[in-house]
Design a protein. Structure first.
Lengths: 168, 117
């Protein structure tokens, strides 16, 4: 079985990264080294894929479902993606380096992953929820620059995206 | 899949097929959360919503509509975003709350205040 990267398909920022990973994981011939899959909206379908993971947990962070049934989450999942992709595996070993009983590079990657998750609303992810306090001023400035006349979006509410127009 | 294998969800999901019978023809007040699993605000209120559903179990039913799977149902109730909690009594809308704070008191108020107005 091939590892499966689960990502938030409603988040434009996540979709762009997932698209890049999918391209990098797909060789010119042969099967991909990693399956990239949006979480979707069906808890039962996700349960069939991974009984230990609820759909709410899946949306809280990126996950990689491993062939042995284990699950890697957040920074650990990103490190696993780097280990699997042919174009990044040359440096991915650094995340396993242990110094004095800790893995400093994995810790740095965990921090970077948390920071990236925090700043997703700046890149237009309205479904990503309440921004972290440090992101709120940046989000307010970003919103004012993009559309100075319209009011800021409500803080605990995700506006429904209009359905795409049917083809003419 | 065996149903007993999956974690029991205390809030029942209703669909376009079951909405009429379970919500509009219900014999007691009903609260319906229009939500989507991709909406982090919905995830944030979920624990408080489950707590409120348990507290109000004898007075009120709480259901969920996944607007990603039932967009027409959301459109028919003019849902502008998620989470939106719509209260029904006797088959008619009694009120609605958009984007409640993810606290137990706020969600409990969203499920009860419109009925008291």
């Amino acid at each position: 079985m091939t590892p499966i990267l689960l990502y938030d398909g409603e988040c434009g920022f996540c979709r762009r990264i997932a698209h890049w990973v999918q391209k990098a994981a797909t060789p010119a011939s042969g099967p991909p080294c990693l399956v990239v899959r949006a979480i979707g909206e069906d808890p039962a379908a996700l349960y069939l894929l991974s009984p230990q993971l609820t759909i709410w947990e899946a949306y809280a962070a990126p996950h990689v479902l491993m062939p042995d049934g284990s699950i890697k989450r957040a920074g650990e999942a990103i490190a696993e993606v780097f280990r699997r992709l042919p174009s990044t595996q040359w440096f991915a070993g650094i995340f396993a380096v242990t110094i004095g009983g800790v893995q400093p590079f994995q810790i740095m990657l965990n921090g970077a992953t948390t920071m990236l998750a925090d700043i997703r609303p700046l890149f237009g992810c309205e479904s990503c929820g309440e921004p972290s306090p440090w992101v709120k001023p940046l989000l307010w400035i970003s919103h004012r620059l993009k559309s100075p006349a319209s009011p800021a979006p409500a803080p605990h509410f995700t506006t429904v995206r209009p359905a795409p127009a049917p083809p003419a | 899949m065996n149903d007993s294998d999956m974690q029991v969800d205390p809030i029942t999901t209703v669909t376009a097929a079951t909405f009429e019978r379970m919500v509009l023809q219900a014999d007691r007040p009903v609260a319906v959360e229009f939500m989507s699993y991709a909406c982090a605000h919905c995830g944030a209120i979920e624990p408080a919503l489950q707590h409120a559903a348990a507290v109000l179990a004898t007075q009120e039913r709480v259901f969920r509509v996944n607007i990603a799977l039932d967009p027409d149902l959301a459109r028919s109730f003019a849902i502008q975003g998620t989470p939106t909690i719509v209260l029904f009594r006797g088959g008619r809308e009694a009120g609605r709350v958009e984007g409640p704070l993810p606290t137990q008191s706020s969600v409990l108020a969203a499920l009860t205040d419109p009925f008291e107005a």
